[in-house]
Design a protein around this ligand. Structure first.
Ligand code: FAD
Length: 460
């Protein structure tokens, strides 16, 4: 950290130069500006630069370099490990940069680095175009895509990184690079899973696909039906087309109109079948799920952008998440998965999910640092709760799920679904073969590890 006199003068200059806004602990609005999705995260950056343009981002990065401040980059603020904040450093906050420009003829969309899924999906919906997005509308596109990106459309259109056409990236030197398969191809490769390790993505360009219809069946059951439901869901997905996706799950019965009042707040099993096509086709596929005695159902066509905001998790809750990618889900797995549901913390927002991969995920480019691509299924326990007193119970339950499914784990993991689980898990998330190549890239573009608030790749 530079002497205070220099810091004071530089801060004044930063406030003048930025078209966005600067927050320090003395400024009103500072606490709001450092609030992220996971209520367990309470970090206090020295400076938050809310950027409004690429020029602002360059200014903020250079300011941090001059003062030797650590830099965190904030997109949607959804990292459960709170990686978009630091203590005592600078935060490049991109939330004011959320412009989305659709190019229908080119089947492409240009997205500013702080846009959320909602900005993206709502902009594309009028054209009946879409790309693989996350399952919540408030997730940031930047962190989602650069980390890999999975969602209801990935079996049909591939992972989000498989649709990445270009990135405008401000590097640790404050230089702006336009990164594509032709320009800086090695860096382009590294951005397919390497997250925010190489710089600030001020914009991303993604490929779009036609999506004229979307439909879903969401069915809730008494928990004792769980094994039957998971097996039926598995069988219909494994025999079904890549348009079909979704999850088999356990949840606390939500206080919604479609849930009978006596089941609100209780453990329920469920199946969500999503289908990138018309309702009639989806109904045919959903028959085995609807044939199992159930407590409630929603079977309907739905615009993709509406589906994307249907299961938004509430902000302000405490979160601990993990995931394992699986070689398959035979009946023994189903039994273990369902047995663990019995101790799922209820009533909380905690969810216990097993969801399919396969389709276009499996057939996508083998070379990218996303080593979980080949796994046909993934289990994703996510603890969400309100009361601090439940911290230990909820965290332990998530860890227990991981331990239960270990016999079926491929060992690879999608880093965006986990918190900070240590360096070995980063290797599992990027692939041991890719680590050396990524480490060399890191040495070239960020030798001082300025961008370290991520699933960190050390410069070789
Ligand atoms: C409710 C919820 C639902 C989710 N659903 C899904 C899902 O369906 N599919 C899925 O794949 N993931 C999902 N995720 C995980 C999500 O993809 C990751 O948490 C992702 O990192 C979030 O990105 P963000 O920009 O919101 O997060 P942030 O916390 O802002 O950032 C996360 C990381 O990405 C970096 N980063 C963010 N933006 C940029 C940028 N523009 N340039 C450089 N680095 C950047 C940050 O520095 C940080 O290291 C979900 C998360 C939540 C909380």
């Amino acid at each position: 950290m530079a002497p205070l006199s220099k810091a004071g003068a530089a801060l004044t200059a930063l406030r003048e130069d930025l078209s966005g806004e600067v927050f320090t602990p003395q400024d009103p609005g500072y606490d709001g500006a450092r609030t992220v999705f996971n209520a367990m995260i309470d970090r206090k950056p020295a400076v938050i630069a809310q950027c409004e343009s690429t020029a602002d981002v360059v200014t903020a990065v250079r300011f941090a370099r001059d003062l030797d401040l650590k830099v965190a980059v904030r997109g949607g603020g959804h990292s459960v490990a709170g990686m978009s904040l630091n203590d005592g450093g600078l935060v490049v906050d991109l939330r004011r940069m959320h412009e989305v420009t659709v190019h229908p003829a080119a089947r492409a969309v240009h997205i500013e680095g702080g846009a959320t899924m909602s900005h993206l999906d709502r902009a594309c919906q009028p054209y009946d175009l879409a790309t693989t997005g996350g399952r919540a509308s408030t997730t940031g596109v930047g962190g989602f895509v650069l980390g890999g990106g999975t969602g209801w459309l990935d079996r049909k259109f591939g992972l989000a990184v498989d649709n990445l056409l270009g990135v405008d990236l401000v590097t640790a030197d404050g230089e702006l690079l336009h990164v594509t398969a032709e320009d800086h191809p090695e860096l382009f490769w590294g951005l397919h899973g390497g997250g925010g390790n190489f710089g600030v993505a001020t914009s991303l360009t993604l490929r779009l696909h036609e999506l004229p219809a979307m439909s879903i069946a969401f069915v809730l059951y008494l928990p004792e039906r769980g094994p039957e439901v998971v097996r039926a869901f598995r069988d219909l997905i494994e025999a079904g087309p890549p348009e079909a996706s979704g999850a088999a799950l356990y949840v606390t019965g939500p206080p919604e109109d479609f849930v009978p009042p006596h089941l609100v707040g209780l453990l329920l099993a469920g199946a969500l079948l999503t289908y990138a096509g018309p309702e009639e086709e989806m109904r045919e596929l959903a028959r085995p799920l609807l044939a199992i005695p159930h407590e409630s159902e929603i079977v309907t066509a739905i615009p993709y952008a509406d589906l994307q905001s249907m299961i938004d998790d509430p902000p302000g809750m405490r979160n601990y998440w993990s995931a394992e990618y699986l070689t398959g889900i035979p009946d023994e797995f189903v039994n273990a998965f369902c047995a663990r549901a019995e101790s799922m913390p209820v009533p909380t927002g905690t969810q216990h999910l097993v969801f399919p991969q396969g389709g276009a995920i499996a057939s996508g480019p083998a070379d990218y640092p996303v080593p979980y691509r080949d796994a046909p299924w993934a289990v994703h326990p996510f603890g969400i709760w309100e009361d601090e007193a439940d911290d230990e119970r909820c965290r332990q339950w998530v860890k227990d799920v991981r331990a239960d499914v270990e016999p079926w784990s491929t060992g690879a993991v999608y880093l965006n679904f986990i918190g900070d689980e240590g360096g070995d898990r980063v290797v599992s998330g990027l692939g041991s073969e890719s680590m050396r190549r990524l480490g060399e890239l890191k040495r070239k573009y960020d030798p001082d590890n300025v961008f370290r608030f991520n699933h960190n790749i050390r410069p070789l």
